[in-house]
Every structure is written in C-alpha cells, then in structure tokens.
Design a binder for this molecule. Structure first.
Ligand code: NAD
Length: 471
C-alpha cells in the first residue's frame, strides 16, 4: 500500500488529502500538523474549515484510509510520498520584507524530513513557493540526509476556497513539475498515477520544476489582474455613466477574453492573490526586471484603491461623515461559501469606517465574533512601506457589535454595506430592512448582488460598484 503523508492540515492540505483518500482507496493518507487544535478539529464533527461538500468526503474516509495526526515525524518517516502544504506568508522583517515569501515553515519541514527519513521519498511542493525553491529544498534535503534519495516535485494547488471540493473532483488541470532525470521522471510518474485515479490524462500537465513553480504564481497574478482590470473600469464607469456589468458582458463575449472573473467588486481578498503577486514582484526585482515588477505591483495598488474608493463613497454619500452613525456590514469573509477572512476587503473597509467613527454592526453567516475582532485589532502590514504599521484604536474596535442575523445588524442603521456575495443577501426582505432603518437609508453594494432598481423603488439610496449613481 502506498503511504502518503501531508505536512500542513490547512485550507489546502485538508481538502486535497481528503479527496485523494476518497478517490484512491488503496492509498493510506495521513495529514499531520503541529497545531493540536487544528488536528483535534479535523478528527471531530466540527471541521476547522467551512467548505461545501468537505464534511461528507471526510466522513466517508476518516478512519479507513484518511487520518489526521500531530505525530508529524512518525508519519513522515513512514511515507513514500510527502506533500508539504505549510503556509508561505509574506515576510514581515528583514531582507525582502513586505514582498518575499517567508519560507521558514517550509525550511523547517524540509530539515525535519531529512532528519527522520529512513527510506527514499518523493517530496512534493504543494504550498505556493517562489520559483527555484525546489533547488533550495534539494540542498537542505541532500546535505542533511544519510544517503537517502529524495526526489522533489512541484505540484501547485489551483483550488479556490468555497468551491474546493468541486475543483478537486474536477480540476481544470493538475500540474506536476519534476527533474528531467531518470529518478525525476519516475517520481513524476508515481504522482501522476495517484491523480490518474480520477483525473483524465489530458488534464495532467507535466513540466520542468521551474515552470510548475512559476505557473502557480502566474495563474494567481493573471486572476487578480482580471479583477483589478474590471475594478479599474468600474471607477471609470461611475465617472462617465457607463455600467460596468454591461461593459463586462460586452467585453467577455469576445472569446479571446471570456466571461469569467469579470465581476466588479469592492476588491479581491484571500490569503493568496496579494501575497503571491508580491512574491512575483520580489522575484522580478531580484532578477533585474523592475519594469515587470512595477507592472504587477499595479494590480495590488488598484485593489487597494478600490477599497479606499468604496469607503470614501460611503462617507461622502452620507453627508461627509459617518461619525456616530450605525453602519451595518453584511459579510466579512473574503468571498462567499468560506469562513476565511485572510486579507478580506472587509477588514480595510471596516477600518476605514471605524477611522471615521462609524458604529459598525457586522454580520457574516460563517465568521465568528472572535475572528472579526482579532482581524480588526491586528495591525495591517503595509507592503509598500514595511516600516509603517497602521494603528487601530482599541476604543474603535470596542464600539462595534457582531450579530448573528442580517435584520439585527441593519435595525436602526443609517447605511448597509454588502461586502461578501453570500447568496442569502440576494433574497433578504429589503422592505423590512428599510422600514427598520434610519432615513435616508443608504445601501452600498460592494458585490453588486442586490437589484438596485427594486431597492430604489422601496426608498433606498443605492450605490452599486461601477453603476450610474443615484441623483
Ligand atoms: P494554512 O495556514 O491554512 O495551513 C498551513 C498549515 O501548516 C497550518 O495548519 C500550520 O499549522 C501547518 N504547519 C506549518 N508548519 C508546519 C510544520 N513544520 N509541521 C506541520 N505543520 C505545519 O495555509 P493554506 O491556506 O492551507 O495554504 C498552504 C499553502 O497552499 C500556501 O503556500 C498557500 O499559498 C497555498 N495555497 C493556498 C490556497 C488557498 O486557497 N488557501 C490555494 C492554493 C494554494
């Protein structure tokens, strides 16, 4: 029986390994993590992450061929294939601070693998890492092992949170990068054989190591760039009377462009887009390509601008002050169908409104009060000025409330801001909400989910991203 061990039981390690276990009953899969609470949760009825379909997959395999454990070294030493899916955040200190990937967790995982291994292993980069990381990992492994053969593969993950299980069941592609040596080719085949249990052969792409590593950064940069492009257009639409949905529809009908990922919004979030683009910017700078670096940097600058623009619009519309006014925030997660709040635009929007002394009342169906308070209390790392940290007043944080119902959040509010596209926000009883709000009642739709025309008929003053404004 082939044994797989995955180091890192997070948003990627957990779901990807659960699906491998489901699709490959003859493989034993153990997901290990140093975080005791995370592993405890994976072994309980309340999984540590919310992801549609995940509970069912885990319940089907857990205890049969899928295991979660904190015995990291034991399971690594017993595995044939070791996936490494640890976090690779942006460095906050030292060389490359604010841009470069922090590979501390990766390096310590690699050293531990070398230390505990007693048999040959395939080590798979599942985390998103800078191009050429495999070279560094190879050095760490070979210089610290006792004659053991390690083959390094790059197998970046393309799942999107909120649709992770669907994406893993039916991936657009699986990418495997390896060395063009007999050992490397054998390792690529072994990993290909795992995926071949459910992924059609034509969707499994094999490349050299550097192409695979760089493709992941490129894919995230292209996706984020699309969002920043449509968001940049949304600002121009508002200035000219064009409607960004009509523009996106017309543009997306061009088969060279395509219709996906063209929704204007308050901005992209999540743990990956910004971090991976910053990583790309740093790699370009290190390779003497400042103009290319600046090109990608602009994708993040437009995203920051979109969030600031939204806050400014809220404040300006409400007679230039939100001080002491109740503002309901609907949605805090960075997108629907996830409880993940990492880099969510809601953090910046809420901080902007708190800075103007608004009284926030926040509701998100999947995010806990503790999480929201932690996110808002945290100093945001300013990537452009790494020495600056934006201070947030503890009194401002105290003045907000977190509630478990959209109607509760909006009662007596002067304004509603929709920041996550949860389906339930499309079908709320907006007449009821309007009746219970202060007048004039403002609604700022940061995801373009409501029917602005109907809401205007009710009496709301509506702002939708990139749409003609209310007079
Ligand atoms: P995460 O923070 O949710 O999970 C990482 C886990 O690794 C944590 O639970 C942490 O405790 C564990 N860990 C760290 N060091 C360890 C060690 N030495 N031994 C054992 N466990 C250790 O991160 P994530 O969102 O799952 O992302 C993991 C990687 O995948 C990142 O590089 C990310 O960029 C990439 N990625 C993420 C997504 C996504 O949607 N979240 C998608 C594709 C790729």
């Amino acid at each position: 029986m082939v044994k797989i061990c995955c180091i890192g039981a997070g948003y990627v390690g957990g779901p990807t390994m659960a699906v491998i276990a489901l699709k490959c009953p003859s493989i034993e899969v153990v997901v290990v993590d140093i975080s005791v609470p995370r592993i405890t949760a994976w072994n309980s009825d309340h999984l540590p992450i919310y992801e549609p379909g995940l509970d069912e997959v885990v319940k089907e395999c857990r205890g049969k061929n899928l295991f979660f454990s904190t015995e990291v070294e034991k399971h690594v030493s017993e595995a044939d294939i070791v996936f490494v899916s640890v976090n690779t955040p942006t460095k906050t200190q030292g060389l490359g601070a604010g841009k470069a990937a922090d590979l501390t967790y990766w390096e310590s995982a690699a050293r531990m693998i070398a230390e505990v291994s007693k048999s040959d292993k395939i080590v798979v980069e599942k985390s998103t890492v800078p191009v050429k990381t495999a070279e560094a990992i190879e050095k760490i492994l070979t210089h610290n092992s006792k004659g053991i053969n390690f083959q390094i593969l790059s197998n970046p993950e393309f799942l999107a949170e909120g649709t992770a299980i669907v994406d893993l069941f039916n991936p657009d592609r699986v990418l495997i990068g390896g060395r063009e040596t007999p050992g490397g080719e054998k390792a690529v085949k072994a990993l290909k054989d795992v995926y071949a249990n459910w992924v059609p052969e034509e969707r499994i792409i094999c490349t050299n190591l550097w192409s695979a590593e760089l493709s992941k950064l490129a894919a995230n940069a292209f996706l984020a760039q699309r969002i920043s492009s449509v968001n940049a257009m949304s600002a121009l639409c508002e200035a000219t009377g064009a409607d960004v949905s009509e523009v996106a529809h017309a543009v997306g009908k061009d088969t060279r462009i395509g219709p996906k990922f063209l929704n204007a919004s308050v901005g992209f979030g999540g743990s990956c887009f910004q971090k991976d683009i910053l990583n790309l910017v740093y790699i370009c700078e290190c390779n003497g390509l400042p103009e290319v670096a600046n090109y990608w940097k602009q994708v993040i600058k437009v995203n920051d601008y979109q969030k600031t623009r939204f806050v400014n619009r809220v404040v300006a519309s409400m007679f230039n002050t939100v001080s002491g006014k109740k503002v309901a925030i609907l949605g805090f997660a960075f997108k629907k169908d996830t409880g993940d709040t990492r880099e969510t635009p809601a953090i910046d929007v809420c901080k902007g409104l708190l800075g103007d002394k608004a009284m926030l009342s926040i509701y998100d169906p999947q995010v806990t009060e503790d999480q929201i308070r932690r996110d808002l209390a945290m100093n945001k790392f300013d990537w452009d000025h790494p020495s600056h940290l934006q201070p947030v007043s503890p009194t401002a944080i105290k003045s907000l409330s977190v509630v478990w119902d959209a109607y509760d959040a909006t009662r007596d509010a002067h304004a509603v801001c929709i920041l996550t596209e949860w389906d339930e926000f499309r079908s709320l009883d907006y007449q009821r909400i309007y009746d219970n709000m202060q007048k004039p009642a403002f609604l700022f739709d940061g995801r373009n989910v409501v029917d602005a025309k109907k809401l205007r008929e009710i009496g709301f003053i509506v702002y939708s991203i990139g749409k003609p404004l209310d007079q």
